[in-house]
Design a protein around this ligand. Structure first.
Ligand SMILES: Nc1ncnc2c1ncn2[C@@H]1O[C@H](COP(=O)(O)OP(=O)(O)OP(=O)(O)O)[C@@H](O)[C@H]1O
Ligand SMILES: [Mg+2]
Length: 152
């Protein structure tokens, strides 16, 4: 069995650009099937981090967050599934959108508002938490385990 090591990384992001770079660096360690949960309040920078991941996966298309789109897929060095569960109200809706199948696939899945799907997230999910500090900077924690989907 592969040896697992815990990962806890803490960053302070002083700007949108910092957050994009943190996402870009993170993307380098993601392998097919990786799932990243992004927790944080409105406007924390969850989508910004996904944009950085997209850069790291050499996705040329712009990552957007259209109001009623729950899942968007982008093609890069790996497919990126950008999932925003903000408008999900009950677990049954998660079946309708096929989140299980997406997470079991060979792409990278990045999920905003993962609280809405907490029981569905695989054990290998890498948890990213973003806090807005009083001075407006963002504290970004990345926590999980190295495994076949995520390297250190
Ligand atoms: N350090 C920072 N990192 C990321 N974004 C920042 C930072 N400082 C300021 N911002 C601004 O905060 C906003 C973050 O927006 P973003 O859409 O990424 O948030 P979100 O967490 O996805 O919000 P939502 O819950 O509405 O989806 C942007 O307007 C960005 O310019
Ligand atoms: Mg967002």
């Amino acid at each position: 069995m592969q040896k697992k090591n815990s990962i806890i990384v803490k960053y302070t992001s002083n700007s949108l650009k910092d957050t994009l770079n943190i996402g870009k660096q993170l993307a380098k360690n993601l392998k097919p099937g990786a799932v990243i949960s992004l927790t944080g309040p409105l406007g924390a920078g969850k989508t910004a981090l996904v944009k950085g991941i997209a850069k790291g996966l050499r996705i040329k298309e712009e990552i957007t967050s259209p109001t009623f789109t729950i899942i968007s897929v982008y093609q890069g060095s790996l497919p990126l599934y950008h999932v925003d569960l903000y408008r999900i109200h009950e677990a049954a809706e998660l079946c309708d959108i096929g989140l299980d199948e997406i997470m079991a696939g060979q792409g990278i899945t990045a999920i905003e508002w993962p609280e809405k799907a907490i029981n569905l997230l695989p054990e290998h999910t890498l948890a990213v938490t973003i806090r807005i500090q009083t001075d407006g900077t963002r504290e970004i924690h990345i926590q999980g385990w190295t495994n076949e989907y995520i390297s250190s």
